[in-house]
Design a protein around this ligand. Sequence first.
Ligand code: UDP
Length: 482
Amino acid sequence: MPARPTETPAMFEVDLDPVALEPYEQLLGPARMAKLRAGVGRLAGRTIWNINSTAAGGGVAELLSSLIPLARALGVDVRWLVVDGDPAFFALTKRLCSTIYGSAGDGGPLGPDERAHYRRVTDDNAAQLQMWVDPGDVVVVHDPQPAGLIRRARELGATVIWRSHIGSDQPNSHTEAGWAFLRPFVMEADATVFLTEGHAQHWTPDTHVIPPSIDPCAPKNMALTARQAVDILGVAGVLGGSASAEITVPAPLGPAITVRHAATVLRVGPPPPPDVPMVVQVSRWDRLKDMDGVLEAFMQAGAGHCHLTLAGPAVDSVADDPEAAGAYELSRSRWAALAPDDRRRVQLLCLPVTDRRENALVVNALQRHATVVVQKSLAEGFGLTAAEAMWKARPIVASAVGGLREQVVDGVTGLAVADPRDLPATAAAVRRLLDDPGFAQKLGAGARQLVVDRFLPDRHLLEWAATLEKILTKGSHDAQTG
Ligand code: UDP
């Protein structure tokens, strides 16, 4: 449970216990596990802090909540701090993130007033850092929200890395404005780490690239039978045919998980029966995830016998994302404008997040049950939702942006749509997978293999260990020669 100090804004630490290693041993096998222990073990004795802006919701929180317990189980002292801020701070950092994705966001300014406010909030958080950070520690600062803490962490004697989870493939006036705002803060870091080569900037200090990973043992990705997936979705109110009020499923990590909360569902009529083919996109409610575009493309695909499910977290649940309600509203009004027969084939889900493991299990079931998974982002950092679906051997249609390009190799691990705004191409790709189950299954198998080879936590932690060693060696060399 998060421990809150009394100061305001109150930065807090998320306490995570080490996980049991046996489920990972079983999945990865002894050779991969031995390599992992040896590589990560070299960091033993070092304290590594992660700082981000939310303990739940979105890809960064997802990553930290699985990697930290695993690293701790491997003997490395990895910890997690979350910065606090007022609504104006999160509105401006959301705008900042949008610009770095190449979009205008809410269209508001990033001028001197915003910079002053950003400094004020991050300085208030930075003033609390000394409670946690000691000389010789490593501090990994994730994304723009806490970048204002980099200087203070260095003053405290830490080696500081700025970890970016966002970016754009094409610079434009928005990305320029966003990077101009952020540059003075990021420049203070000892090193920077990006998700994908194309997102790094020419000026970022000591630049490295590490793609992320998914946790195969976590509730989000653990094995489920088709029957369990259907039953979970029945209890959640997403599929018909379930009479139960709850279902309990054993989990490889931690206690069994009970699903008992229904999603808030926007739909006409009863839930679709389990045997109806279903196209699914799971994302935060964010315009850049283009849920509306998925809806349009699904309609253009014209597969009258299929249903579409658009699912995201409850709109007020992600602390650093103030635009979710607006993005959901856009999709809701687009849905409301559909012809009555079309409206019956589309449901919008807001999944409760009060119990994170329950939420993750419902996402797992949705991805597993999907006939086709779509990730039609207009811009993307990496797009963990793609790797999650691919791990489940689902055929995927994704736009070729950001890290999705590294995951979805067209015709091998899924279907990639070159222009993310190309609705007919998205519609045709979805239709192709619905019409050709053999081809869809082949892509699903390719997808699963890619995740096994490239996007599991052992590869991720080993790359972090090797990168940290390089950064720390460079730091001590620079100190000696400088
Ligand atoms: N997610 C979730 N519940 C939801 C919607 C999304 O747990 O209702 C998770 C999703 O499974 C994924 C993460 O949020 O693990 C989103 O990460 P991604 O990299 O796809 O995008 P981001 O939200 O970081 O832009």
